[in-house]
Ligand binder design. Sequence first.
Ligand SMILES: [Zn+2]
Ligand SMILES: [Zn+2]
Length: 685
Amino acid sequence: MRHKQFLQGGRGKAEAYFTDLVVTPPQGPYNPRDIVEDHMLDRLKLLLVAGVLCASSLVMAEARLRPVSIGSESNLFVWSDTCNVYVLRDGDAALLIDLGDGSVLDHLGEIGVRRIEWVLFTHHHREQCQGVAKLAAWKPQIAAPEIERALFEEPTRFRKAKPTLGDPYTVHGASYVRPSMEPIRPNRTFKDLDVFTWRGREFRCLDTKGNSPGGMSYLWKLEGRWVAFSGDVMLDGAKMHTWFDTEWDYGFAKGLYELISSVSLLHSYEPAHLLPAHGGVIDRATVQLQEYQGKLRKLARLYVRGYEINTFGAADQDTVSKPTSIPDLWQVTKHLYKFKRKDFWPNFGILIADSGHALVFDCGLIGRDLLARSLAAMQDQLGLQKIDAVLITHMHGDHFLEVPYLRQNWGTQVWTLQDVAGVCEHPERYDYAAMIPAYQAGFDSLPIDRAFQRGERFEWEGYTFTVDWMPGQTQFGCCIHGQIDGRHIALTGDNLFGDPSDPQQNGHEAVVARNSAIFEEGYIYGAEYLWKLQPDLIVAGHSWVMDRPRQMIERFASWAHQIRDAYVGLSAEEDYRYMFDPYWVRAEPYRIFVKAGQTVDVTLHIRNFLSRPQKHRIEVHAPRGVNVEPSLLEGSVGPESSGRFPLRVNVTSETKPGVYAVALDVTVDAKRYGEWFDMIVCVEP
Ligand SMILES: [Zn+2]
Ligand SMILES: [Zn+2]
């Protein structure tokens, strides 16, 4: 997958850290960041010096609502669980900004609150609202951004048994929204610049989308300066909450540009403080917003493709192949051919041995007629007799749309690397972008006849090829390389494209977290692999041919490190991969298809990116009619490794056909992430 045009046929740190509230800050305005983010050791020292508490009572102390003192305001409090919940008190009534897992409700009495009049959601993410069922007894009014109304009211619309490339709020079928498990019906929705008044306090509703598709900030003028309840726009330290929520398209940065606009707008208000949905209160907000914008702009420049996709792409695609007697077929080397035509981006290469046997490399986006006609012409004019196998470079459906045709009409076998095979054969087990079912091509799975081990060699008609793991754009990719007509040729799929002779181009293809592509198992690995391989010629996906790519590979490798470092600089996590990778907790299969009454086994994969053991606590939140055992998983995963944990999903016999989401509520070490991840249960009639 490279490009939109191919799609159409073408085409809070948890309270456990610090739970004491008895302590009053030494002096000056209270800053929850002190509590939330300081190292526990520092706090301990402070407390021991103050002689207030000993360490054990610190840990045991009960969590309480914490006051947020901004100016002389004494009625603002914060509670942190899966997000920050801000409580604005007026007598015994309160207004809440976001809700988190609902545990705040058990603590409102501590500050004399008996009624919740309003809950204002900054955005739809589950960790903002996952406690909504507990809210029923309080009967508050609920408000949310108008743009996200459907995400609140009809959450199941955004989880599909069979996604398609164009589904709203997806990256080619992989959803980037995280709506509540149950519908939430707002009493009121806000448009940009609406004013909401509560007991004499005015809030300006500001569209600050970018992390969430309709994310909103609520601006409140307090003693002459703006204070913003800013949701996920920015975290303290000029950091980003999550990358994968801002990735709204296939590497064209729509979400990122929106976020930058929102940050710029907020900056123009010169807010005194931001009250974000995660982490501590942001002081020096104007300075931080400025710094953040700079980091995001730098990221955007690194992020958008390293070749001229919309301008010179067609001109740069291939400047070395020669036309043949067959109009669309071009000769790359004596025995290797591809298609070429103006602004045509099919996936196809064919190596025709002197014997008449052939190997094909990827086969998709060509069109059945052109493929059939061209193969017939190759029989007549180039001695083609048999296509022994088609080798698949990576998991994206557009690289094998025409493979069933080859299998059926030419008896062609399908070969690929073992790492790639699983996603081609069982895409429903995963939640990645651009898998074959999303193409609606009449087949939802590609059986693989031969799966190579990493680095395995094969001999074919006097040629020797190596098939090796080469991630990049996706971790499910390979490099096929060998000597063809005296040149060392690498077939690299969709990792780099461009004109190697242009020093402005580093060639990188889309960065898409939903391809499963953390840089260490993506572009960095792939670039270093190619650097060591030193091919003379690259034959990439979408008919790109790149001659003498050495210097472009160098630029590609240097870029891969730079962009990873840009994410590291934006990450508030100890390891950037927690905010970049949407799959560090994942159920496999991601989609299960069952009938009422059936039971299915699922494996939960939990990844630890850190160099020390990581403890986890995962609560499985299943809807009525779906039972998951165990419903609570507590354990640990060793340093830099993945743990696998069995789950058993049973659908009761009364459950109606339909699509059900099961949320995975995650706590790692002391950090409450909330319902970041899910799996889908499709109950069939
Ligand atoms: Zn592609
Ligand atoms: Zn959020």
